[in-house]
Structure formats: structure tokens, C-alpha cells
Design a protein around this ligand. Structure first.
Ligand code: FEO
Length: 160
């Protein structure tokens, strides 16, 4: 049986994952609007991943006979001046999500909730990937600046 403290924290995380999904969907729409098809595609894929992250928590709560509580999603930003701005915001956001996941793990460890610790290990690894991916694109964007290299990266990200 899952504790009410753990359950509340997991339900909050569903909201955080769905907010992430909205953030990336908003970035995708903005770059689609600006003609950057590759950046738009990359963020659309990221939106889908975040939805999966939320569903994984939702399924787990149901598996443990807990009650899923879906809260309203707060509004997300709508526009970014450059792809670099968006990826820097995405990385900052992922660092925040990493700390949220670590906080969840702290609760699970404190409560000796081994099943939730197992679930969270997947998210700990996933956050390593999330941070790495955003950082790699930031590094490339910084290298190429605003010129033709930006078009090349846009094309490359379409392959994701
Ligand atoms: Fe669900 Fe990007 O962390």
C-alpha cells in the first residue's frame, strides 16, 4: 500500500510532467510558426515523451490502488527569440525536473517504499538522458551561431 505522502508527491509529479509536455508543445508550435521544421519536430517528440512520463506515473498509481488526481496545468510561455533560448530554457527546466525526481526518491527511501524506488530509478536514468540531449544541442547551437549552420541543425533535428 502506498502512503498518502508518497501518493500526493507522485500525483504532483504527474502535473509537473504534463506541464513539461505543454512547455515543449508550445516550443514546437512556436518554431513551426517560424519555419524551423526540425526544431518544431524535436520539441513535438519531446512533448510526446513527457506525456509518456506522466502516464507511467499514472499507471503506477493505479497499479498500487492509489487515486490519481489530475490538477489544472498552469500556463506555459508561448514564444522564444531563438532556438538557443528555447534549448537553454529546456535544459534549465530539466534540471528542475531532476531535482523533483530526486525529492521523490528521498521520500521513497525514507518510507522504505521499495516498489516506488524501483519505478523512480527509471526516471533518474531518464533525467541523465534528458539533460545530456539538451546540453548537446545547446553546444552545437553555440558553435554555429545564427548563420547557415542553424539551417543545418534544423535539418538534422528533423531526423529524431
Ligand atoms: Fe519528464 Fe523531461 O522529464
Amino acid at each position: 500500500m502506498i502512503s498518502s505522502k508518497m501518493l500526493d508527491a507522485l500525483n504532483d509529479q504527474i502535473n509537473a510532467e504534463l506541464w513539461s509536455a505543454f512547455l515543449y508543445l508550445s516550443m514546437s508550435a512556436d518554431f513551426e510558426n517560424k519555419g524551423f521544421e526540425g526544431f518544431a519536430h524535436w520539441f513535438r517528440v519531446q512533448y510526446k515523451e513527457e506525456t509518456e512520463h506522466a502516464l507511467k506515473f499514472l499507471d503506477y498509481i493505479n497499479d498500487r490502488s492509489g487515486t490519481v488526481r489530475l490538477h489544472a496545468i498552469k500556463e506555459v510561455p508561448q514564444t522564444w527569440a531563438t532556438p538557443l533560448d528555447a534549448f537553454e530554457e529546456a535544459l534549465a527546466h530539466e534540471l528542475k525536473v531532476t531535482s523533483l525526481i530526486h525529492n521523490l526518491m528521498d521520500i521513497a527511501v525514507l518510507e522504505k517504499d521499495y516498489a516506488t524506488q524501483n519505478l523512480l530509478r527509471w526516471y533518474v536514468d531518464e533525467q541523465v538522458e534528458e539533460e545530456k540531449n539538451a546540453q548537446a544541442i545547446i553546444d552545437k547551437l553555440k558553435r554555429v551561431g545564427d548563420g547557415g549552420g542553424l539551417v543545418y541543425i534544423d535539418k538534422e533535428l528533423k531526423k529524431r
